[in-house]
Design a binder for this molecule. Structure first.
Ligand SMILES: [Zn+2]
Length: 440
């Protein structure tokens, strides 16, 4: 393992800048949560992070579901060990981009977009162990020192002096601290070492980067853009590309062996209540190729009613004539599989109406009103039923109005449905840094 590592690192050093290579490596202190920050830099950074965390705890972007939070914290503990994990405070952020980060004081942030794209507990363990690796190796402090020395000091002063809300602050912090290529590689390797010492399959991590590359390609293809950047590092990019990550993590995996637990079912179960909402958030980004890829990957073990409903939404929102046919079929398949959200009948009705299938559209819309007689949009839907030329709508509605109201299928403590706009997600998108992988 040592020899393979040094070979890999020697190869990667060729791509690193000479200035960066000349800097001494930070020394790693023995791990202890009793550790106190030393020096002006470190104390300042700790205090800053504590201030941000106090504000952030009230953020409307946080997913506060205790079960999900404790599940992820449990995975972290299994990955890095009980002694290391216990001081980490975890925050799940309702943001569909693929990102996570860790502050110097032990505050870890995980985007729901990251959770959506992972397929197993082992992958989750690898991703959050990477963030913990940055923390244990004190990369945040190093990044802070570099930034303070640089011409960005004014920008930093602007951030700390002109705070106007924790959401904005965290968004900026996330994009402000860029780790160096060597630090990203070190965190990847540290993550691999944590997992190799755990019960998880350490060799699970390359698949994350393999899928990220494929998603970018799918996204670009759908936009008809040429896809260039994943397969060779840009001169200005200080991070290992997804391709490099996949290659050296695969080399480590080949050296280490393929043992350990994936935890696919456990992960799917833990995410079950939230996945439809995280999918909806992703679909609203209007990245057709990317979302279609995410869906197809999740559906490898079968199209569930949740995945079918999301597929219907994806095609309905793009709305090309052929898309409407695909959307209608996806909604019908979801209903056939037992989807209970009344809105699916409304959405089916809408695509049928736009396809010109008026009678079927009226039936679906009537079904929606029957299942949700007090729907906020009932007036609009009734108007559409009229437009569809339904003559027996009232009779159908009467016949079914005695049916018990069906819950929208959301978890009890779920944030408001994002469908009505002005949601937490819209806010997250406006405030989130560009997904440049700077903190991953
Ligand atoms: Zn990183």
């Amino acid at each position: 393992m040592r020899r393979a590592l040094s070979l890999i690192l020697a190869g990667l050093a060729l791509a690193a800048s000479p200035a960066a290579a000349a800097e001494p490596k930070p020394t790693l202190p023995p791990f202890s949560w009793a550790y106190q920050p030393v020096g002006v830099d470190e104390r300042g950074l700790w205090m800053e992070a504590d201030d941000l965390e106090r504000e952030f705890r009230d953020s409307r972007l946080l997913v506060r579901d205790e079960a999900l939070n404790s599940y992820i914290h449990g995975v972290l503990c299994r990955a890095v060990g009980e002694d290391r994990c216990k001081g980490v405070r975890l925050y799940i952020i309702r943001d569909p981009s693929f990102n996570a980060s860790m502050a110097a004081n032990g505050m870890m942030q995980i985007n729901t977009g990251l959770l959506l794209r992972l397929h197993s507990e082992a992958e989750l363990a690898a991703a959050i162990a990477h963030e913990f690796g940055h923390f244990e190796l004190r990369h945040t402090l190093e990044a802070f020192k570099r930034r303070r020395r640089s011409t960005d000091a004014l920008m930093w002063a602007g951030i700390t002096g002109g705070r106007n809300g924790a959401n904005l602050q965290l968004a900026i912090i996330g994009s402000f601290f860029r780790f160096k290529r060597e630090e990203e590689i070190a965190a990847d390797i540290r993550s691999f070492e944590y997992l190799a010492a755990s019960t998880y399959r350490a060799a699970a991590s390359p698949a994350i980067w393999e899928r990220m590359m494929a998603e970018y390609e799918a996204s670009a293809a759908a936009r008809k853009l040429k896809f260039r950047n994943a397969r060779r590092p840009s001169f200005v990019d200080s991070h290992p590309t997804d391709m490099q990550r996949m290659v050296y993590l695969k080399a480590l995996a080949a050296e280490h062996g393929d043992g350990g637990e994936d935890g696919v079912d456990g992960y799917a179960k833990a995410l079950a209540a939230w996945r439809p909402q995280f999918l909806a958030d992703a679909i609203k980004l209007n990245d057709f190729g990317g979302s279609e890829y995410i869906l197809a990957e999740l559906a490898r073990s079968g199209w569930t009613k949740e995945l079918l409903a999301a597929r219907g939404d994806l095609y309905r929102l793009r709305g090309n004539p052929r898309d409407l046919t695909v959307a209608a079929q996806a909604y019908r398949d979801a209903i056939a599989q037992g989807a209970t959200d009344p809105a699916i009948h409304r959405d089916l009705g809408m695509v049928l109406l736009r396809s010109g299938a008026r009678a079927d559209a009226a039936t679906a819309l009537q079904r929606y009103l029957a299942l949700r007689p007090d729907a906020a949009d009932k007036t609009m839907v009734a108007l559409l039923i009229d437009q569809a030329g339904a003559t027996s709508g009232a009779a159908v509605m009467h016949a079914e109005s005695g049916a018990p109201a069906v819950s929208p299928g959301s978890p009890a403590n779920a944030p408001p449905e994002p469908a009505s706009g002005g949601s937490a997600v819209a806010g997250a998108r406006a405030l989130a840094p560009a997904n440049d992988g700077s903190t991953k």
